[in-house]
Design a protein around this ligand. Structure first.
Ligand SMILES: NC(=O)c1ccc[n+]([C@@H]2O[C@H](COP(=O)([O-])OP(=O)(O)OC[C@H]3O[C@@H](n4cnc5c(N)ncnc54)[C@H](OP(=O)(O)O)[C@@H]3O)[C@@H](O)[C@H]2O)c1
Length: 335
């Protein structure tokens, strides 16, 4: 009875209010690229899939921070329009378009070769290009199309540019995954080879987003001690063209929900956080949520040996191991 009376005391109410006020004042403000003072003059960044959505918003902000920004896009018309829009908005003349179809390993090789021939440094690589909703299809190179676009293209591109990134260190690799990777319940080892994926398009997408996390963790392990970090993130639910390959009903539902989604600028925040925030310096192999919080990915993402198996399968699937195109860099082996 006496205890209950204590909670009715006015001092209890005042103390609770004071505590709430303190929590409100100390609440964690979300990181904002606009408030980040980083100047990227003299630095070079590549953003894949920068012709629309999150990728374009990321490229815009990197250009605003004075980076030489390369938009790696598959469509020259859309890519050029994005370049012009970004140049106009930022006044940065060092914004360039380079053609790249990440679903084609030949195109990835061609893009990397042309970039390496320039002898330029590379400080930021954002593997953002992605698709969902495509029916099961196999490319002329024998890879499942969603897998080729979301996983193997980023794997090959990153590996072909690694030597240059190590030579340009400190440098950052940022892989755009999704909260959807949490939906994967099990991994069939056949999916890692890129020849098969779940036949359901959404499940196939979820798997590729899990592979983005596995790839990043394994990449970060291999990059220890090189000055190049690799992190992976979820941008959240963002109003973009991502559902363009879905049926009408899904797109209508998406459109009805779109007022509650983030716009691409806000959706670019966690990618930019990983790419430029001083707070992320020295952090590698981690997964960030759309509020830039370091969180644990789902358990399959740290299943022992799975990242290594994916890596081995991707080396084979992309021909990286056998064609001698991988740039050498010093790797610190785990003890
Ligand atoms: N929107 C979301 O809610 C959400 C949520 C979680 C994760 N994500 C991830 O965020 C990333 C960006 O998606 P978004 O939402 O910004 O969608 P988006 O507006 O559809 O942008 C995707 C970009 O990737 C490009 N792309 C697709 N296939 C390509 C290929 N083979 N080669 C080169 N570029 C290619 C597209 O180019 P074209 O214009 O030529 O097709 C486009 O520029 C994706 O990795 C996606 O999985 C998005």
């Amino acid at each position: 009875m006496e205890g209950a009376a204590l909670f009715c005391h006015p001092l209890w109410f005042i103390c609770s209010l004071a505590l709430l006020a303190l929590l409100w004042i100390r609440r964690r403000k979300s990181w904002s690229p606009d408030a980040c003072p980083v100047d990227l003059s003299g630095k070079t960044a590549i953003v894949t899939g920068a012709s629309s959505g999150i990728g374009k918003a990321v490229a815009l902000d990197l250009a605003r921070k004075n980076a030489r920004t390369i938009l790696a896009c598959r469509c020259s018309k859309k890519g050029q329009a994005a370049v012009e829009e970004i140049r106009r908005a930022t006044g940065n003349p060092h914004v360039q378009l380079r053609l790249l179809d990440v679903s084609s390993m030949a195109s990835v090789r061609d893009f990397a070769r042309r970039f390496l021939e320039e002898g330029s440094q590379l400080h930021i690589l954002v593997n953002n290009a992605g698709v969902t909703g495509l029916p099961f299809a196999v490319t002329t190179e024998g890879l499942e199309l969603t897998f080729a676009t979301n996983v193997s293209g980023a794997f090959l591109l990153t590996n072909l540019l690694l030597g240059t990134m190590v030579a340009s260190a400190p440098a950052r690799i940022v892989n755009v995954s999704s909260f959807r990777h949490f939906c994967v319940r099990k991994v069939d080892l056949k999916w890692l080879t890129g020849e098969e994926l779940p036949k359901n398009a959404s499940q196939a997408y979820d798997c590729t987003k899990l592979m983005n996390v596995l790839f990043t963790t394994e990449l970060a392990r291999r990059l220890q001690g090189t000055g190049v970090s690799a992190n992976v993130l979820s941008p959240g639910i963002v109003r973009t063209e991502i559902l363009r390959h879905y049926g009408r009903a899904s797109r209508l539902l998406y459109w009805l929900c779109s007022p509650f989604m983030m716009n691409p600028q806000r959706g670019a925040t966690s990618t930019l956080y990983c790419a430029v925030a001083p707070e992320v310096e020295g952090i590698s192999g981690k997964y960030f949520d759309s509020n830039c919080r370091l969180v644990l990915p789902q358990t399959l993402a740290h299943e022992p040996g799975l990242g290594q198996r994916l890596w081995d399968a991707l080396e084979k699937a992309t021909g990286l191991k056998t064609d001698g195109s991988q740039q050498a860099f010093p790797v610190q082996r785990e003890r």
